[in-house]
Ligand binder design. Structure first.
Ligand code: ZN
Length: 147
């Protein structure tokens, strides 16, 4: 299996069996993001306990890349600090804008490495970023409510 096939397999696995899917209570912020260029839509809720992301739940429709990206993102951020999630967002964004130039750190990104392959296709980059942009929006709303 070459690297592109590996990436594709990871994405299809998450698309077929989405992790943490469904909208759950409690939550401090709910956002709705769309990617009109592809037709992807995502409703996402964030639940914080102090500085920790206790839960991220979601419901979405769209292409395999946007759906798989959401599933992978929840694996990476649930149970982590808000600060860690935002740092991951920055690094993921940098990778997605690199047109395949940045090789991801597997220890840090886990299954999100699969989207390094997507970064070579500018039309699909927005699909991969949709869930992360929604997460950042929800976290900023949730943290501003607390203070
Ligand atoms: Zn899409």
């Amino acid at each position: 299996m070459n690297i592109d096939e590996l990436y594709q397999t990871i994405i299809l696995d998450h698309y077929r069996e989405k992790h943490h899917v469904g909208l759950r209570e409690p939550y401090e912020a709910q956002v709705h993001h769309v990617n009109p260029s592809c037709g992807d839509e995502l409703t996402l809720r964030a639940h914080l306990e102090g500085d920790t992301i206790a839960d991220v739940s979601y419901d979405g429709v769209g292409c395999s890349i946007s759906q798989a990206s959401t599933s992978v993102m929840t694996d990476l951020v649930i149970g982590q600090s808000v600060e860690h999630a935002l740092a991951l967002y920055d690094d993921f964004l940098e990778m997605m804008q690199s047109k395949g130039e940045i090789s991801p750190d597997e220890n840090r990104f886990e299954d999100a490495i699969a989207f390094a392959g997507v970064s070579k296709f500018p039309a699909r980059v927005k699909c991969a970023l949709l869930s992360w942009a929604a997460l950042r929006d929800a976290l900023s709303q949730a943290t501003s409510k607390e203070s």
